[in-house]
Write a protein that binds this ligand. Sequence first.
Ligand code: FDA
Length: 283
Amino acid sequence: MKLPFAVAKRFVAGESLNQAVPKVADLNEYGIKVTLDLLGENVTDRTMADETLQHYIELLEGIHEQKIDSTISIKLTMLGLDIDRDYCRDNLFKLLDAAVKYDQFIRIDMEGTDYTQLTIDLFKEAFRKYGKHVGIVIQAYLHRTKDDIDELSALGADIRLCKGAYNEPERLALQKMDAIREAYKEYLKVLFDKTVYPRIATHDDKLISWVKEYTQQKGIGQSRFEFQMLYGMRLDTCKSLAAEGYNVRVYVPYGTMWFPYFTRRLKERKENIWFVLSTMFKK
Ligand code: FDA
């Protein structure tokens, strides 16, 4: 059964860029920056990966032409990582050539653990060539993350830290929320020390309060980092953080391939299911 887009609209800004643009403009009005994500993952044939690359390039053109305040986030499995590593790297580099042309920034999202090392390796290759135009995501729940954070922050990488959204086994990832939070704080301390501008991706009040206290204690100015949240979640918190002078960015996904992203949001938090149900029954 194919679900209608209406069920996902709480978390997905539209099925096309044109539908997403007004929502981006609304967020920009509140001083909130955006990263646009054309949804999809695990592309298995080259025609589709080539089309995706073209769509990402058109997205960069669209952002430039419509003067939207937005970067973009991508997934390497959309650019052919499941097909062939070198082919995926060539696609990533073509996209980064376009990013250089438009003075843009591409964030490589982090996917499940089958892809962690490949993603980090491709990021490092891209970073050597494209520097400030590319960034990566690191997941606090993985046991390997301490080493990755040390290595990537020593390189001067632009890192978004999140908890991690995929179901991973105990041998690879922390399972308990308290332990994940504590790990998140330890990694953030390293990012504050070693990197220019950490991106703090969480909706968690406990972490947000901790960041506020920690940065005040250490004299880390508000201009030295940003909070990031997902479209459809905690808009009031985003607005109040922005009003308090913090940098805030919202991750705005759009596109027709919304189903896997949407189900991850539902699994993450039971309240999200109620949001969806209430949206469905609202006229
Ligand atoms: P979590 O769901 O752990 O909730 C913790 C607490 O926060 C809750 O108990 C509640 O108190 C509060 N809370 C959370 N959501 C709330 C809400 N909507 N309203 C009120 N209170 C709420 N993952 C990944 O694997 N790879 C990636 O590339 C990315 N990218 C990414 C970008 C951005 C901008 C964000 C915000 C997140 C990601 N993620 C991600 C997802 C991330 O790994 C994680 O799964 C989710 O952010 C959920 O974790 P949180 O810390 O946000 O809250």
